[in-house]
Design a protein around this ligand. Structure first.
Ligand SMILES: Cc1cc2nc3c(=O)[nH]c(=O)nc-3n(C[C@H](O)[C@H](O)[C@H](O)COP(=O)(O)O)c2cc1C
Length: 471
């Protein structure tokens, strides 16, 4: 067992012994350990990749216990609001695996045969979970896992050429890596996130991705003492803890965009540009990059701002959901012009979007509402946004009442006063810099030409704040 200043890394033999001890004298069962591992993986994913941006998840499950961890993670991800699909080509039909498959089937989580996977996995999925091989694996991967691993390797090449690419999350050990020596040939998977389980394996020292987490909050004192483990404390009630350095780096900076001699590498379309920075923010560890400030002003022209959550963005605009009886809704009905503001600290970026707001169609609101878990669906029924209430306990009481009333339901009807709005953008400003230095600033303005919306980019050269203040 090796240890840096504050964390231990275990070799393959130690990992096997820890497992044997857990499932022997310490009384754990394999399905318990799988539950804890899968929950840790899903929690770590939830910490970094929001379900609204990274909705579609492919979980590739191997034939052994790491495959089981993947099945459990998929079930939790489903309940966390993601849309998992599973590729489980060499199924273990014994318990607890068979039970996990049944549970997922009952949730209508699709199982995809290898031949039905798209050629480019990134075209159908935002996240790929590599739960193929764990710490007990050795030797060379056999079909079909060898070719699946090659497909994961090619995703990294897509990322290098700035194509839209899925992120890869490896469970415990990146599949194909040597448990101790890591990616020996330098041609293996390069995951964006690694979730080590119980204690990191030695190969994790070679992990170069942005997000390294540890999961498995159950290790008893006797194991810690016997193996002289140094493990970090878990925050609050969390099932995972970030280890390794929190990414301070700006991934756009790594691509050479925001260097001192700023390269104004901007997209022609502001929505593509927005997606690029949103992805950078997420990769850099911004926890909720889709939270935004929405500012509105009614007929009295007095502006009001509040946070809302961006549910989706595409060429048609920016969508969020809210109560149609709220202050913002009243102000939008009086004056449909609004502004959105995003600020992503770790990459020092700010984006302003201004435009015209309309309600989304009932069908769209319906679709979104029905995708929400029951707990969230109840909220707009109970909450009367922006009205005075006589005590918190009344709300809690009503919430409890509704929960009991609907306890046997998986979904309820959308209240008519709750739905989506879409801001159709007319102006964007992208800003990157620090308080004292603006490194990059550019704007997009829209013009209507022959019935088409055409964007013009105004590139504003980098300037120091004193002289840039007028930009
Ligand atoms: C991080 C964060 C996200 C929020 N997301 C939403 C949202 O998506 N929809 C919403 O109606 N309220 C959301 N709220 C609550 C709003 O900020 C606000 O309090 C509420 O919508 C009432 O606003 P109004 O009285 O100005 O209409 C969010 C609050 C926070 C702090």
């Amino acid at each position: 067992m090796e240890s840096t200043d504050d964390i231990s890394y275990v070799n393959q033999q130690e990992a096997i012994e820890i497992d044997q001890m857990l499932m022997g004298p310490l009384g754990f069962t394999v399905d318990q350990l799988m539950e804890l591992a899968g929950l840790s993986v899903a929690s770590a994913i939830g910490e970094v990749y929001s379900s609204s941006e990274y909705t579609r998840v492919l979980v590739i499950c191997g034939p052994g216990n790491n495959g089981g961890n993947g099945l459990v993670a998929a079930r939790h991800l489903h309940h966390f609001g993601y849309k998992p699909s599973i590729c489980y080509p060499k199924r273990n039909t014994e318990p607890p695996f068979a039970g996990l498959v049944t549970q997922l089937e009952s949730l209508s989580v699709p199982f995809l045969p290898v031949e039905d996977l798209p050629v480019q996995l990134s075209s159908d999925f935002e996240i790929i979970v590599d739960a193929i091989f764990g710490f007990s694996f050795h030797g060379n991967p056999r079909p079909p896992f060898d070719s699946l691993i090659r497909r994961l390797v090619s995703i990294k090449n897509q990322q290098r050429t700035h194509e839209k690419a899925a992120v890869i999350i490896s469970v415990d050990v990146p599949s194909g890596w040597h448990v101790v020596e890591g990616d020996i040939c330098g041609e293996g998977i390069e995951p964006d996130m690694l979730v080590s389980l119980t204690a990191p394996k030695l190969c994790a020292k070679m992990f170069c991705g942005l997000h390294h987490f540890l999961g498995g909050r159950f290790v008893p004192r006797s194991i810690i003492d016997k193996f002289k483990l140094k493990l970090p404390p878990y925050p609050g009630t969390s099932m995972c803890v970030r280890i390794g350095n929190f990414p301070e780096t700006n991934s756009s900076a790594q691509k050479g965009i925001f260097t001192a001699s700023v390269n104004l590498e901007v997209e022609e379309n502001p929505i593509d540009q927005f997606h690029k920075w949103l992805g950078d923010a997420s990769e850099a560890g911004v926890k909720e990059p889709h939270y935004m400030v929405l500012s509105t002003a009614g007929k009295d022209a007095k502006p009001s701002s509040r946070m809302v959550s961006l549910e989706g963005v595409n060429k048609d605009g920016f969508v969020w959901h809210t109560n149609y009886r709220s202050r913002k809704a009243r102000e939008i009905s009086e004056n449909p012009h609004a502004s959105l503001l995003f600020y992503w600290g770790p990459i020092k970026c700010q984006v302003r979007v201004e435009g015209f707001v309309e309600q989304v169609s009932d069908e769209e609101s319906e679709r979104y509402f029905s995708s929400l878990p029951l707990d969230i669906q109840i909220r707009p029924i109970v909450s009367k946004q922006s009205t005075l209430i006589h005590g918190r306990e009344i709300l809690h009481h009503q919430y409890k009442e509704f929960k009991e009333k609907y306890h046997d339901r998986t979904s309820i009807a959308r209240p008519k006063h709750w739905g989506g709005y879409r801001l159709i953008p007319e102006f964007f400003e992208f800003w990157q810099g620090e308080e004292s230095q603006v490194l990059l600033k550019f704007r997009y303005c829209v013009e209507e030409i022959d019935g088409r919306r055409v964007w013009t980019i105004h590139r504003l050269v980098p300037q120091f704040a004193e002289s840039a203040s007028s930009l």
